[in-house]
Design a protein around this ligand. Structure first.
Ligand code: AMP
Ligand code: MN
Ligand code: MN
Length: 318
């Protein structure tokens, strides 16, 4: 059932034992949103647990409260509410659904949302789930301390490419300006997110070597193989290299995390790629979407590049 922001605030206020989760392969928006909502609800005296079916990448260690995030285990948790943040599909939260016995409130901004939750607050115009939460916190009269400000600024800024992508609105900038007044430090957040171990930079040159262009240079792909990944398999930002090449309309990153499993990122300058990702069981936004596809390197690439080219052909030639 889709609900209003007011009803979302009521649901959170009227329940005491709350579990918060977000999508696997966490990013700045999912983690920042989890941590900000935890602070808000904990300050209201609620019992809040943060459960995520994935590891938190080292680059997000600077976010206040990450140590509270635990993985689901075999013990079933009974709660009043399971809040699912920044996830468009129940599959995206992994084993958390089975581990928690509670009605689900989904707060999300993906246009591809499958409306799986008992209660859904969806705003696909919001640049980030963090943007929705900031609006919600204003409505709930939450005190925004520097920790909440840091988490929300990170959530919003990372999902709009630091105010460069098409989802950046005047609200996006206004909210972030307010968050700076509440104590977020843009330079420190950017520095923490940009810092990379040396191996990540030397691996980047190997990734760039795999660059291929298709369909008259309108499609660019980078292929990341398991041996190009270090323990901390961070490829944040790598998709930007094929994306920024002149003439490229759709950029693809194939990331083979283990043999036979490929996580795919799609970025588009113009056409909608969310439906394309959905057709492979994934989802996302019009200009940034993703999916996971199984098969050999050759099979996955052929299937996905074929579908991307067909998608562009249909746009050009109808
Ligand atoms: P990424 O390329 O991982 O940065 O993801 C781009 C957008 O697509 C984000 O909004 C993700 O939440 C979404 N996305 C990525 N992978 C999937 C997936 N397997 N299923 C649904 N949505 C996805
Ligand atoms: Mn996300
Ligand atoms: Mn998001």
């Amino acid at each position: 059932m889709e609900i209003s922001l007011e009803r979302t605030a009521e649901l959170l206020s009227n329940n005491s034992n709350i579990v918060i989760t977000a999508h696997v392969h966490p990013d700045g928006d999912s983690l920042g949103s989890m941590l900000a909502l935890d602070k808000c609800l904990s300050s209201m005296g609620k019992n809040v647990q943060l459960i995520l079916d994935d590891a938190v990448p080292d680059m997000y260690d600077f976010l206040p409260g990450t140590c509270k995030i635990i993985k689901p285990n075999s013990q079933k948790i009974k709660a009043d509410l399971l809040v699912v943040l920044d996830a468009s599909d129940i599959e995206r939260i992994g084993h958390v659904r089975a581990a928690v016995d509670a009605p689900v409130l989904n707060i999300d901004h993906h246009i591809s949302n499958t409306k799986f939750a008992d209660y859904l607050f969806l705003d696909s115009d919001a640049a980030a789930t963090g943007e929705i939460l900031f609006k919600l916190f204003k409505h709930m009269n939450t005190t925004i301390d520097p920790d909440i400000a840091t988490s929300l600024y990170t959530a919003i800024a990372t999902d709009c490419g630091f105010f460069r992508y098409a989802n950046t609105s005047s609200n996006t900038m206004r909210y972030c300006a307010e968050l700076i007044d509440f104590g977020a430090k843009p330079n420190l957040i950017s520095e923490a997110l940009e810092a990379r171990p040396l191996a990540a930079i030397t691996n980047l040159s190997k990734m760039l070597d795999t660059l291929e262009l298709f369909f008259d240079g309108k499609v660019a792909a980078i292929t990341v193989l398991p041996e190009m990944l270090t323990d901390n398999d961070n490829t944040e930002g790598v998709i930007n290299y094929p994306r920024i090449i002149e003439g490229v309309e759709i950029a693809i990153m194939f990331k083979f995390v283990e043999d036979g499993i490929c996580r795919i990122s799609l970025r588009s300058a113009r056409v909608d790629v969310s439906q394309l990702a959905l057709s492979f069981g994934g989802g996302g936004h019009a200009r940034a979407a993703g999916c996971t596809v199984s098969g050999t390197v050759a099979e996955v690439k052929e299937k996905v590049i074929g579908a991307v080219i067909e998608h562009l052909q249909a746009d050009y030639y109808g």
